[in-house]
Design a protein around this ligand. Structure first.
Ligand SMILES: Cc1cc2nc3c(=O)[nH]c(=O)nc-3n(C[C@H](O)[C@H](O)[C@H](O)COP(=O)(O)OP(=O)(O)OC[C@H]3O[C@@H](n4cnc5c(N)ncnc54)[C@H](O)[C@@H]3O)c2cc1C
Length: 378
């Protein structure tokens, strides 16, 4: 990966944030839109190390969203495209189960079946051996579904190769601190490297793909109009017992849990609706989410997760805890209740040429690229 060897002066576009979204957008601008001179700036020392790595790795296929038809429906459209475009990063060779809790679930098994039928998602009754993994007093029904997992390491390798091939200049270990209006139609981006070098770059376009950091800029950056909620989350990485190795499980729809393959490590993530979110706050300019996570005392809640999950699936009691992934999760305030995951795509009229993008989930990249297609019709 090319490091910073010289001052970048003036470029066509600066992409801020080298997660999946920033990388995919930079590649799209170079390959599909003919941008000549693109600079991608990432604060970490490698690409796709933040939310794009520290997540549940689920390629959604709708099942997870019985309370948000639009998100479920978009997932159904985007999953096949994601599988087509990143076949090497998609793990599909495991058995995926959705189980419906008898109590405290916002859906019944019957309602879940109807919902899957409505979104055209495949659903079959699980066989007896799989059902027997669950405590029947607590689980109403168990279904076999089609849902996959992605390997974030492979997505990172893809990004590195494609960025290089597309001629995008990648600058690592550098944070953008301000976005301002320049002369005429230009924008000015100020960055500061980890070793204290400051630089101002002028450009025509800025793509702010910083996920949790979306509002942490000085200069003329006005902030997003959409309100964001920040959450410190914990997912436990587990070595599961042989019985569960080829399995992914999600229990719906309330204060329950998921155990998904995490292909990048050959382990499973365990997440629990009650214990995974540690603390949350309303996003604002003077609370740097990355700093907040750094300062946070990371006391694992894996014991509480396992204790509760073991009531539903006793086999989990034999899983071995490896470590936890802590990350800041950023969602739109308006989706707190329905769990929907639409994209945020904002143009800032005060800063013409500056866009802020938040994907919500990995397959939403297609919704973002559709918006960009409409912006840059030639
Ligand atoms: C706990 C959790 C579970 C999730 N589970 C799933 C799931 O199962 N399936 C799914 O599809 N999605 C899931 N998601 C959502 C998914 O992770 C995100 O939608 C996706 O990773 C966002 O990609 P991104 O590129 O926008 O963010 P990131 O990967 O976080 O990239 C943003 C980058 O910007 C950099 N940055 C920030 N500020 C600056 C700055 N000022 N200057 C330079 N660089 C900066 C950061 O270092 C980071 O690398 C989950 C998220 C979390 C947190």
């Amino acid at each position: 990966m090319p490091g910073r060897q010289h001052s970048h002066g003036s470029v066509d576009a600066v992409v801020i944030g080298g997660g999946f979204y920033g990388s995919a957008i930079a590649i799209y601008l170079a390959k599909q839109r003919g941008f000549q001179n693109i600079l991608l700036i990432e604060r970490e020392s490698a690409l796709l190390t933040r939310a794009s790595y520290n997540n549940q790795a689920r390629v959604h296929n709708g099942y997870h969203y019985p309370r948000s038809f639009t998100t479920a429906y978009r997932s159904r459209i985007n999953l096949p495209k994601f599988v087509r475009d990143w076949p090497d990063a998609v793990k599909s060779d495991f058995t995926k189960l959705y189980a419906i809790a008898r109590r405290n679930s916002k859906v019944t098994a019957r309602q879940f079946q109807r919902f899957c039928h409505e979104i055209g998602a495949k659903l079959e009754p699980a066989d007896l051996a799989l059902r027997q993994l669950f405590e029947p007093r607590l689980i109403e029904d168990v279904f076999l579904v089609e849902e996959y997992a992605f390997d974030a390491k492979r997505l990172a390798s893809w990004a590195e190769e494609e960025l290089l091939e597309s001629g995008v200049q990648v600058v690592l270990g550098t944070s953008v601190t301000a976005i301002s209006r320049g002369e005429d139609t230009t924008l000015k981006v100020t960055s500061s490297s980890n070793d204290g070098n400051e630089e101002t770059i002028s450009c025509r376009y800025v793509f702010n793909c910083t996920y949790s950091g979306l509002n942490q800029f000085g200069g003329d950056f006005p902030g997003t109009r959409t309100s964001l909620k920040q959450e410190i989350t914990e997912m436990a990485l587990m070595q599961v017992p042989p019985l569960m190795q080829g399995l992914g499980v999600t229990v719906m729809d309330g204060p329950f849990f998921s155990m998904m393959p995490f292909p990048a490590r050959g382990l499973h993530t365990l997440s629990h609706v009650r214990y995974t979110p540690h603390l949350h706050w309303q996003d604002q300019r003077d609370i740097d989410p990355y700093q907040k996570l750094n300062d946070y005392y990371r006391e694992t809640r894996v014991d509480r997760m396992v204790r509760d999950v073991g009531r539903y699936m006793p086999a989990v009691l034999n899983a071995r805890y490896v470590e936890s992934l802590f990350e800041v999760k950023t969602i739109l305030v308006k989706n707190e209740g329905d769990d929907g995951r639409p994209i945020l795509f904002e143009k800032h009229p005060e800063l013409l040429g500056c866009y802020s993008v938040l994907g919500g989930k990995i397959d939403n990249i297609y919704d973002v690229l559709e918006k960009l297609d409409a912006e840059f019709i030639k």
